[in-house]
Design a protein around this ligand. Structure first.
Ligand SMILES: NC(=O)c1ccc[n+]([C@@H]2O[C@H](COP(=O)([O-])OP(=O)(O)OC[C@H]3O[C@@H](n4cnc5c(N)ncnc54)[C@H](OP(=O)(O)O)[C@@H]3O)[C@@H](O)[C@H]2O)c1
Length: 331
């Protein structure tokens, strides 16, 4: 028995890895502790885009199928799941340590798998995906740390991306006032429609030679950019503010000082979606399930077939995708 999957491998020992859509043998039990599912939808996250284009640091071994998101239907009853249940898996090693969701079949890790929330469609769950899940973890980190809507504005960087777009929608739904930062002026109206009160150009935040301490502007922030942007955001965060660090779209470095921490009591909260325990997953997805479907669809309006995933990956890395793209693995 075989199924279609995107497989990343090196054509020659020293060559750059390439992604090819092909038929692969379906292993009976591909993963210990894994649940055997028919994949319904996946998506192209930033990590998937790197893996699909042969970039380093994501796939731990080759050949491997990328795809850190799976929305799938359980094939055989096991681990408390019944055949036919629809499940969501984000991260947990999918598409990094073992074969991921850009395939018709997958074995998803039970420890990182939850049920599709009542009333949510499989496509909507994939539209949310790891990006929305990560945004929910970030927003919950800010709220749990005690930052309330009365404390001031929350900044969202990388606002036009998947994590940023969902962060805006979730923060606005909780009553926070959101300032969105984007490098794409053309997205301003869409970001306001998602719930941003105002939209700032990247250069307004990522100031060149930014001072270690700058005027207090933000009660908190969701940052998916890292590097000098995150350093400037920390320097602009008010006393007691909380900054949730989610990503590294600008870079993994953090060339700053400890002054915001020791002079303003700023908290830098690290967000990791990959290893998040089940209880955190259920809590985050319960909040995501309250977002209106038209808001989610506006963040992820496109559904593309498996064979287009690598093309979408290039668009993501070139900064040409606003929000997210869903992959229909059966198309
Ligand atoms: N911690 C976790 O568990 C976790 C989970 C998911 C994602 N992530 C990370 O979070 C980041 C965002 O993921 P995503 O899925 O939202 O990716 P995405 O959809 O590609 O969005 C990234 C956004 O960052 C902004 N950006 C890109 N290059 C930039 C640069 N050089 N300087 C400043 N801003 C830049 C762009 O926003 P504008 O065009 O609006 O400026 C872009 O849309 C990635 O680094 C990803 O690996 C981490």
């Amino acid at each position: 028995m075989s199924h279609r999957a995107i497989v990343v491998d090196r054509p020659l020992p020293d060559a750059r890895p390439e992604a090819i859509l092909r038929r692969v043998e379906t292993a009976a039990a591909a993963l210990e502790g894994g649940i055997d599912v028919d994949v319904l939808f996946s998506s192209v996250n930033y990590k998937d885009a790197i893996a699909l284009t042969g970039g380093p640091g994501i796939l731990r071994s080759l050949p491997l199928t990328p795809g850190i998101d799976v929305v799938g239907r359980v094939r055989t009853s096991a681990d408390g799941w019944s055949a036919g249940d629809t499940v969501i898996t984000n991260g947990g090693g999918l598409g990094e340590r073992f074969d991921g969701g850009l395939a018709e079949r997958s074995a998803v890790p039970a420890a990182h798998t939850i049920a599709l929330p009542d009333g949510m469609t499989a496509r909507t769950a994939a539209a949310i995906g790891t990006a929305g899940f990560t945004a929910a973890l970030a927003v919950q980190a800010i709220a749990t740390a005690g930052v309330s809507p009365d404390d001031g504005e929350i900044l969202v960087t990388g606002a036009g991306g998947g994590v940023g777009s969902f962060a805006i929608a979730l923060l606005a739904a909780r009553g926070y006032r959101v300032a969105a930062v984007t490098g794409r002026e053309s997205l301003a109206d869409a970001l306001v429609d998602l719930g941003a009160e105002r939209v700032l150009e990247r250069s307004e935040i990522d100031v060149a030679d930014g001072k270690p301490m700058q005027s207090s502007r933000w009660a908190g922030a969701v940052d998916s950019v890292g590097s000098t942007t995150l350093v400037n955001v920390l320097a602009q965060t008010s006393y007691g503010g909380v900054v949730a660090a989610c990503g590294l779209a600008q870079g993994p470095d953090l060339p700053g000082t400890v002054l915001p921490f020791i002079l303003r009591g700023v908290t830098l909260a690290g967000i990791n979606s990959v290893e998040a325990p089940l209880a955190r997953r259920r809590e985050a997805w319960a909040e995501l399930a309250t977002l209106p479907v038209d808001v989610i669809d506006s963040i992820a309006p496109r559904t593309e077939p498996l064979e287009r995933a690598t093309t979408i990956a290039r668009e993501v890395l070139a900064g040409r995708v606003a929000g997210r793209v869903v992959i229909d693995t059966r198309a």
